[in-house]
Design a protein around this ligand. Structure first.
Ligand code: NAD
Length: 260
């Protein structure tokens, strides 16, 4: 029997990166997986690939920054699968235009806060009532090592991801009596396509100064760079009943970057 047998999981951003890896893993462990993704071509491709691998998946075009879209996606999930047990709020990411507070464009604020903080907030707003109806469930949010320590440059992203940690703790306390757990993962560097393109390392792309700084730090922290599956495995554990004593936890998956 799979580790997520009879569970329905709603995964945002599952057209690529960590969430896509989680969609495969969750489906392999028996979950029915909803791919809530902004870009139809990516979402559809994940749906087909998960099905080809023998899983049960449904793509629902979703913009997590828009309340109507999230509401519709949760309603479609329940219409298709009857229940909802796992809410994995993964869509997000920093953008290269992020900068220190005195110089950053407020467009960056709008984009990043909407995607990285409002997105999980809206998914919880509409997902939690369904978790309660199902008798409980697991919420997994995504923060970052950038929220665990001060670092240069990404002021808006750090602020949003810090908010995700506080929000997760609030959820854990508020909904424990309804048998809902809420935890947050803080990855270091994960080599998704977006990250590889942004920080160089692909053929013909010169490394950015930021990439150079990261490379120097990685010499001291050899576990700090990983693959999407490394994070998806943590999410799988948090989604499953194996982690039933864990709630309100902030889990660094950063190879020690925030510890030493
Ligand atoms: N990759 C890393 O190094 C890293 C490090 C720390 C934290 N994280 C966090 O992990 C999460 C996943 O990161 P990733 O690198 O896998 O991302 P990614 O860019 O590979 O994938 C993000 C997916 O979300 C989708 N998306 C974008 N806007 C959306 C919206 N409004 N509604 C629905 N879907 C939308 C994108 O189309 C894409 O498919 C993010 O929250 C990110 O902040 C990533």
């Amino acid at each position: 029997m799979g580790r997520l047998e009879n569970k329905v999981a709603f995964i945002t951003g599952a057209g690529s990166g960590i969430a896509r890896a989680a969609a495969f893993l969750f489906a392999r462990e028996g979950a029915k997986v909803v791919i809530a993704e902004l870009k139809p071509e990516l979402g559809k491709a994940t749906e087909l690939a998960v099905r080809d691998a023998g899983g049960d998946a449904l793509f629902i075009e979703t913009d997590v920054t828009k309340e109507d879209s999230v509401k519709h996606a949760i309603a479609e999930t329940v219409a298709r699968y009857g229940q909802l047990h796992v809410l994995y709020n993964c869509a997000g990411g920093s953008i290269p235009q992020d900068a220190p507070v005195t110089t950053v464009s407020l467009d960056v604020w709008q984009h990043t806060m909407s995607l990285d903080l409002l997105g999980p907030f809206l998914c919880c707003r509409h997902g939690i009532p369904e978790l309660i109806k199902a008798g409980g469930g697991s919420i997994i949010n995504m923060s970052s090592v950038a929220a665990l320590q001060g670092s240069f440059g990404l002021h808006v992203y750090m602020t949003a991801k810090g908010g995700v940690i506080s929000f997760t703790r609030a959820l854990a306390g508020e909904y424990a009596k309804q048998n809902i757990r809420a935890n947050v993962i803080c990855p270091g560097m994960v080599l998704t396509e977006r990250v590889k393109q942004r920080f160089g390392g692909t053929a013909g792309t010169p490394p950015t100064p930021q990439a150079e700084a990261i490379r120097r730090r990685l010499q001291e922290h050899p576990f700090a760079v990983g693959q999407p599956e490394d994070i998806a495995h943590i999410a799988l554990f948090l989604a499953s009943d194996e982690s039933r004593m864990i709630t309100g936890a902030v889990i660094p998956a950063d190879g020690g970057l925030s510890a030493y």
